[in-house]
Design a protein around this ligand. Structure first.
Ligand SMILES: [Zn+2]
Length: 243
């Protein structure tokens, strides 16, 4: 069984990679460079792939589509806005939207799947992203699955998002069981030498490990203590409503 996976090098897609390998899939992981302001996730993606090769069959492509950057640069991930501090509120998180990103990436991945004879395309959309990112919702997955099917009728490909009902903490719970080497995953939006421990994605990552009762293995003990302190202060903003 072959599958194509959109693989960012973050916590969610790394867990999905291990999940697919544990189910015996041969995985073609694709990491896109689409104009992110830093390449930290990509460096980590390479390291994680090397580890994952110990448990299953996979290949990894890094695809540079950054020439489209000008067309979609917007907000804090690809544009000029600042990455917000603290837990996501709906408004603060909206600056982290990259317009139509998942549709663009999944569309390319679907074409690649047809080419290599893979029947399924996976991405790690999850419940915690639901309220802010419309392209992480079930309705979107269903509609795009239909479009990909119709657009490739002679070589049908299915779109799958098996984590769509899972929170980040539940994803980490699964990943800990699958022994995902989370020390080789990167989440911080800021891309400095070490995680900033105070942006929305750092706070969310801290919460996911905290709820599982373990230290984030990416962090030293000192950093972890600081992350937990930040979570206590900055994590108090209201969470976005889950759908
Ligand atoms: Zn951060």
């Amino acid at each position: 069984m072959k599958a194509v996976l959109i693989f960012s090098g973050g916590l969610d897609s790394s867990t999905l990679l291990y999940h697919l390998l544990s189910k015996g899939y041969e995985v073609s992981a694709v990491t896109f460079i689409y104009g992110q302001k830093h390449s930290k996730e990509i460096e980590f993606a390479k390291k994680l792939v090397e580890k994952a090769k110990e448990i299953g069959k996979l290949d990894h492509r890094i695809v540079d589509i950054s020439s489209i950057h000008d067309l979609i640069s917007f907000g804090a991930i690809t544009g000029n806005e600042k990455v917000p501090e603290g837990f996501y509120t709906e408004e603060s998180q909206k600056v982290t939207i990259v317009p139509n990103r998942n549709m663009i990436l999944l569309s390319i991945a679907a074409g690649y799947a047809v080419k290599i004879g893979a029947k399924e395309v996976y991405y790690a959309a999850h419940r915690s992203d639901y309220s802010i990112y419309p392209d992480c919702r079930k309705e979107f997955v269903k509609a795009l699955d239909t479009a990909i099917y119709l657009g490739n009728l002679w070589n049908p490909v299915e779109l799958k998002a098996p984590f769509i009902d899972k929170t980040k903490a539940e994803i980490v719970e699964l990943g800990l069981r699958l022994k995902v080497p989370y020390e080789f995953t990167w989440s911080c939006y800021r891309g400095e030498e070490r995680p900033c421990l105070s942006c929305g994605t750092c706070i969310e990552r801290t919460e996911a490990f905290l709820l599982n009762g373990v230290r984030d293995p990416l962090l030293s003990e000192k950093e972890w203590n600081r992350a937990v302190e930040n979570y206590k202060i900055l994590g108090k903003n209201p969470r976005p409503k889950l759908g």
